[in-house]
Design a protein around this ligand. Structure first.
Ligand code: GDP
Length: 297
């Protein structure tokens, strides 16, 4: 498996002569290791390169602290910088759901975990925030997906909009809004259709739904194990639909979390939640510190 970055760096620094400050050469040697660690964690090359340049500027000339080794010192600078890049201005878990009924649009590719995440978030809103939530599936091409949401709704005790055959996604979104208003719901979640790839139809449909629903949040669900692909998907969805945040799923897997850094650095969009398994409780608010630790190994 991966060698821990701290161990790797202490190896590098053991070979160097002790000096009062981190010299440019010390830092350069260490940062070669940092770059490798980032790439192994699946951070994209340009992001790793920019990141290393920033750390280099911060580390060079820094006085060597007596209590920790130079290796630990560089790891700390890297860790702090990772956390800085990953941290947004706002609380990632705070969804904008004032002014009921607040629409939340869920978008993403098929298989990313969108329907599961919709139900997980609905359960969270219901149990933690005491909200009355309605879920609606807009995946008119896949009756099984609509059925899946209804089954999850029953499991978690959250209402789903009754399925009416022959409606378009826009018609379903309108009906969800009416039902949410009449039924006194705080939030209604629209689970849009997913495709295996982003295509014109998928985007046109999501955009049409966005235009009628005027969502308070548009959350993009992406598979955290797909690395750079996840970042490309996010970039495209954001360009075409506009998203307010990202949910990274399958973070319970073996991935090193580098996608989170690339995602943040390239799209500028906050990661709001991470999916940590198939169960309905397996979702957490994104915590930059944990991901930073995981990227460093
Ligand atoms: P959709 O096509 O995007 O709606 O994807 P689904 O919600 O149907 O999820 C596809 C599969 O991924 C299902 O078997 C889910 O249980 C699983 N899944 C979703 N989120 C996670 C996660 O965070 N971790 C793991 N391990 N599996 C997940």
């Amino acid at each position: 498996m991966f060698e821990n970055l701290s161990e790797r760096l202490s190896g590098v620094f053991d070979k160097l002569t002790k000096q009062g400050a981190l010299s440019e050469d010390d830092v350069k040697t260490a940062l070669r290791e940092v770059r490798i660690a980032l790439l192994e964690a699946d951070v994209s090359l340009p992001v790793a390169r920019d990141f290393v340049a920033t750390v280099q500027a911060k580390a060079t000339g820094q006085a060597v602290t007596k209590s920790i080794t130079p290796g630990q010192q560089v790891v700390k600078i890297v860790h702090d910088e990772l956390q800085r890049v990953l941290t947004g201005d706002e609380d990632p878990g705070a969804l904008k759901i004032d002014n009921p009924p607040a629409p939340i649009l869920m978008v993403g590719l098929q298989g990313s975990g969108k329907t599961t995440t919709t139900a997980k978030l609905a359960k969270r809103l219901k149990e933690r925030d005491g909200k009355k939530v309605l879920m609606a599936s807009l995946d008119t091409n896949r009756p099984a997906a609509m059925e899946q949401l209804a089954i999850l709704g029953m499991q978690i005790g959250v209402d789903t909009l009754p399925i009416v055959a022959g409606e378009t996604p826009v018609q379903i979104a309108k009906r969800a809004k009416v039902q949410a208003s009449l039924g006194g719901y705080d939030v209604y979640m629209l689970d849009t259709a997913g495709r295996l790839h982003i295509d014109a139809e998928l985007i046109a449909q999501a955009a049409a739904v966005r235009d009628v629903a005027n969502p308070r949040e548009t959350l993009l669900v992406v598979d955290g194990l797909t690395g750079q692909d996840a970042v490309n998907v996010a970039q495209e969805f954001d360009d075409k639909i506009g998203v307010t945040g990202v949910v990274l799923t399958r973070m319970d897997g073996d991935g090193r979390g580098g996608a989170a850094l690339s995602m943040r650095a390239i799209t500028g969009k906050p990661i709001r939640f991470v999916g940590l398994g198939e169960k309905m409780d397996a979702i957490e608010t994104f915590e930059p510190q944990r991901i930073a630790g995981r990227i460093l190994g």
